[in-house]
Each structure stands twice: as structure tokens, then as C-alpha cells.
Design a protein around this ligand. Structure first.
Ligand code: PMP
Length: 404
């Protein structure tokens, strides 16, 4: 078992106080805190290796290019992708999904075709498809779930037709915590010859993800949710698919030659990386991945599981609590409501006790509609959270309930 107390010391912000109380940071699904090595990597890059990459003959540009491309290789290894050509740097999960929604539907979809998503998707895996659906006259089918928050695979199978062109689903739900049976979902899609895009925003920070083992065509995640910086993320795509798709944006870096008569696009991965990339963020992300790999993804998953079990057991002792998401296979997310208390009021009062939780619809309004609620409180955990913090949280919750 990892030692959370020791690891906490790597995160300067965790020793902060808010309103005179020790900060208890339970908003890790929204973004994670950064270890010192990541913060120092960013600082060090600006101090020592800041120059625009790929085009420069000078020393600094070559050093920055090397660091950026090494970061790509680190991400390739982290995901166990076959080639670094399969790793595209984006701004985050949202941009990765938008890229595929745009490029895939441009190339592979005709009017009348269908895309499958699930009822538990984040808006970033719904709205990009709706935008393309409206432009290209395609429709979106939705995989339903049961009351525990598990996708109904029988119903999923029934959604396929000869018009189905892509399945796009979350690996782990940001509200319910459900770890979807993603390999099975991919296998079923492949039986119908349909490629799969996976939103891995809530999976990659919490468990080992091997893209070759999963066999998805596309997989996305965000740097800031895995202890890396904001503004950088990754799109993994199988090389043969990325070769086939048109560029998403045009500009510098993504071309091999330009004339007013004819422009030739660059090879992978640069074809999808128009403009100056975030070469500071990429190296800091690689540093974050090294950091979690040192702890061990399996150790992180085991620790967070244990913490989730403990927090769930303690939360269940509170009268009138309703927990949303009761799948047996669940990530470290607890969404709930207590009686008729408004989630916003509860979140505000918990904040006064130094406890940071998220309230609201969590960018999943269709899921809220399915659950018959407007919003919920969400506590989401990291390996740096402790059982003691859970105790303070539960005690704080009891006080807040009494006040309300
Ligand atoms: N998908 C899921 C499941 C998420 O939880 C989030 C972030 N809350 C996103 C996508 C979007 O990630 P980002 O804002 O980093 O692009």
C-alpha cells in the first residue's frame, strides 16, 4: 500500500489552509494538484530550454525539440502505443474528441449515418457530435444504463445498424465513477466493424491503461487530471486511422509544403498539430507520468479503491443520503445528495470548513435527467487523500446537515 502521508509532501498546495482550516481537496475529478517535480519542470523549461521547436537550427530550439519529442515517446510508453506517431498533442480531452468528431465525420460519415454514445457522457463527448450531426445530417444513438449506473450491453448491441459509423464512450464516468466494461464495448463494436473512440479523462489518472490491449481506435485524456499542467492533453489514434483522416486545423507545423496551387500536409503526428505546440506543457506532462509510474498505477488504483470503500461505508451511515453510482466496478468518485438539501448550499458550507467538493451537474446534464436530479455533490479522491480527511469530511457533512 502506498504511503499517502509521504506523497502529500510532494504537493505544496496540500499544506495550505482555507478559512483557517487545513485544505481537504476532494475535487480531483475536476483537476488534480501538481507535485513539485512538475512545477519545477515548467519553471526549469522556461529558465533553460525555451525556444520554438522543430524549425530552428540553433542550439536551444534543438534542445526544446528533443525534450518535446522525448515527452511524446514517454506518453507512447505510458499508454503502450505501438508508435509515437500515434500520440497527438492536443489541449485536452475536449479538443481530442472535437478533433475526431470533425475529422472522422468529414471522412467516414454520410448523411443518415449514426454515432453511438452513452447516457453517462460528459458534455465534451456529446456536444462535438451534435455539432457535426447538425452539419452532416447524422444521428446520435444513446446507450442506456440501469439504476446502479451500469451501461446495458444488451441494449447497446441493439443500437447497431448498417448505418453505425462510430462508438464514442467514456472509460470511467466523472459522476457515477462507473468503470465501464470498455474492452467488451470495443469488442462488440468491432464485431460490427465499427471503430471506437474512448474518453479516458477519468480513467488514465487512476488505473493502468494499455491502448493495444484495449484495441480502441482512438483514446483521449487530459494532462491536468493526471497531475500534469493545464492546456495539454493527448489523442491516441491507431496509425492506420490517423493516416486516413484529414487534418483538423490548418497552419504551421502541419504542412510539408505550401503553395497557392497545392499544399501537402505533414506526416504523422504533425498533420494534426497545427501551430506552435505546448512544448513546455508536453515535457511537464511527461514528468507527471513519470511521477505516477514511480508510485505505480496498480498501487494508486488499490489505494483509491480502499479509500472509496471507506468513504462509501461512512457516507452510507448518514440519514437520507442518496449515492448516485453503485456499480461494483467503480473509480474513486462519490456523487450524492442528502434529503432535500440543495447541493449548492451544502458545497458552500463544506467549503467554509476547508473541504473542496464540486456541486452541480458536472457537465453531464443528460445523465442528471436520467437520474431525475438537477445536480449533486461530488467528492472525488486521489492517492494523496487520506482516511483522516474522509473522517473530517463526514463529520463536517453531519454539521452542515444539522445547520441546514
Ligand atoms: N470527459 C470526462 C469524463 C471528464 O471528466 C472531463 C473533465 N471533467 C472531460 C471529458 C473534459 O476534459 P477537459 O476539460 O480537460 O478537456
Amino acid at each position: 500500500m502506498l504511503d499517502a502521508q509521504t506523497l502529500r509532501k510532494d504537493f505544496p498546495i496540500l499544506s495550505h489552509q482555507v478559512y483557517g482550516k487545513p485544505l481537504i481537496y476532494f475535487d480531483n475529478s475536476a483537476t488534480t494538484q501538481k507535485p513539485r517535480c512538475v512545477i519545477e519542470k515548467i519553471e526549469n523549461s522556461y529558465y533553460n530550454v525555451n525556444a520554438n521547436i522543430h524549425r530552428g537550427v540553433h542550439f536551444l530550439s534543438q534542445a526544446a525539440t528533443e525534450a518535446h519529442e522525448e515527452a511524446r515517446q514517454a506518453i507512447q510508453q505510458f499508454l503502450n502505443a505501438r508508435s509515437s506517431n500515434e500520440i497527438i498533442f492536443t489541449r485536452g480531452t475536449t479538443e481530442s474528441i472535437n478533433l475526431i468528431a470533425s475529422s472522422f465525420t468529414d471522412e467516414c460519415v454520410s448523411p443518415g449515418d449514426e454515432i453511438i454514445v452513452s447516457v453517462m457522457e460528459h458534455h465534451s463527448n456529446i456536444v462535438p457530435w451534435q455539432i457535426e450531426a447538425a452539419k452532416k445530417d447524422i444521428s446520435i444513438k444513446v446507450i442506456p444504463m440501469n439504476d446502479n449506473g451500469e451501461l446495458l450491453l444488451d441494449e447497446y448491441e441493439k443500437l447497431f445498424s448498417n448505418k453505425t459509423k462510430l462508438v464514442s464512450v467514456a472509460h470511467v464516468s466523472n459522476v457515477l465513477g462507473t468503470i465501464n466494461p470498455i474492452k467488451e464495448i470495443i469488442r462488440i463494436a468491432h464485431e460490427h466493424d465499427v471503430p471506437v473512440m474512448v474518453d479516458g479523462a477519468q480513467a488514465v489518472p487512476h488505473m493502468k491503461v494499455d491502448v493495444q490491449d484495449l484495441d480502441a481506435e482512438f483514446y483521449a485524456f487530459s494532462g491536468h487530471k493526471i497531475y500534469g499542467p493545464t492546456g495539454i492533453g493527448v489523442l491516441y489514434g491507431k496509425e492506420e486511422w490517423l493516416e486516413k483522416l484529414p487534418p483538423y486545423q490548418g497552419g504551421g507545423e502541419m504542412i510539408s509544403s505550401v503553395s497557392f496551387e497545392k499544399t501537402v500536409f505533414n506526416e504523422l503526428p504533425f498533420k494534426f498539430e497545427a501551430g506552435t505546440p505546448d512544448f513546455i506543457g508536453s515535457t511537464a506532462l511527461a514528468e507527471a507520468l513519470r511521477y505516477v509510474e514511480n508510485i505505480g498505477m496498480d498501487n494508486i488504483a488499490a489505494y483509491e479503491n480502499d479509500l472509496l470503500d471507506y468513504a462509501t461505508r461512512r457516507l452510507e451511515t448518514i440519514d437520507g443520503v442518496r449515492i448516485f453510482g453503485k456499480a461494483p466496478n467503480k473509480g474513486a468518485v462519490l456523487s450524492f445528495l442528502v434529503g432535500n438539501i440543495h447541493h449548492y448550499d451544502m458545497g458552500m458550507l463544506l467549503d467554509r470548513l476547508g473541504i473542496a467538493v464540486r456541486t452541480g451537474h458536472h457537465c453531464a446534464q443528460p445523465l442528471m435527467q436520467r437520474l431525475g436530479i438537477e445536480g449533486a455533490i461530488r467528492a472525488s479522491f486521489s492517492f494523496y487523500n487520506t482516511h483522516d480527511e474522509v473522517d473530517v469530511f463526514i463529520d463536517g457533512l453531519k454539521r452542515v446537515i444539522q445547520m441546514l
